[in-house]
Ligand binder design. Structure first.
Ligand code: MN
Length: 232
């Protein structure tokens, strides 16, 4: 499936004349080539990206996104990822997002899909770490398809090995009614004094250091741009 097909659901939910979210048109990241029009730079090490956003929509939640095959596979995590291995965090799959969404921070207008404020809480790269019973690496997309994917996060805030596990239902296919539900858990040791998840209202952006409230009050304030400016 092409990236365009994967993003059809994403685009179908949004009005790009009203929201500043990226449409993802012609911004597919090509490894080892020039940056896309959105300034998405190819990663020289080939490590896929991840981003965690905090989204103050009708219900406060975290959006956890992993780059897989040219798009950001996405889950809504109501309580946010926890650094404490004892915490099992519900993760509800949402539509694939374009790569450019990694840099999205701002206000989605009220009345639009996902209306509310978004900050980039953490970002970085991850290393797929799923293996089969014979200890052979499993391609990450395949691991997700199988319902269990392990990965090592290299973020500014989240570091360490995490797993996403589907525990109920299957991918919604053929109009199937069972909605898949996943758990996001830190595996292995860890935790320590930074255990848990910070209060989303006090948390600061990894891009700009701002809180949700600061972004809500001045969404157009100067902010870090990967490519020196918005494209519009
Ligand atoms: Mn969201």
């Amino acid at each position: 499936m092409s990236e365009d097909d994967k993003l059809r659901t994403y685009r179908g939910k949004r009005h790009f004349d009203r929201t500043r979210e990226p449409s993802g048109e012609h911004t597919t990241r090509q490894r080892g080539t020039a940056p896309g029009r959105d300034g998405t730079a190819p990663d020289p090490d080939g490590e896929p990206a991840f981003v965690v956003q905090i989204h103050d929509a009708s219900t406060m939640h975290f959006d956890f996104r992993l780059e897989v095959d040219g798009v950001l596979k996405s889950w809504s995590v109501p309580k946010g990822p926890s650094t404490d291995p004892h915490d099992k965090r519900l993760a509800l799959p949402t539509e694939d997002h374009p790569m450019a969404y990694r840099d999205f921070e701002g206000v989605i207008p009220e009345g639009e899909y996902g209306g509310g404020t978004v900050i980039v809480w953490d970002r970085g790269t991850y290393r797929p770490a799923s293996h089969d019973k014979k200890k052979r690496p499993v391609p990450f997309g395949q691991a997700l398809e199988n319902g269990h994917a392990t990965f090592e996060l290299h973020g500014e805030k989240l570091r360490g090995t995490y797993a996403l596990t589907r525990f109920h239902g299957r991918e919604e296919r053929d109009g199937g009614s069972a909605k898949p539900t996943w758990l996001l858990v830190r595996t292995g040791s860890g935790g320590g004094k930074d255990a848990g998840t910070p209060d989303p209202r006090r948390a600061r952006s990894a891009l700009t250091g701002r809180t949700l409230r600061q972004v809500a009050e001045a969404p157009d304030a100067p902010r870090w741009e990967p490519d020196g400016g918005e494209k519009e």
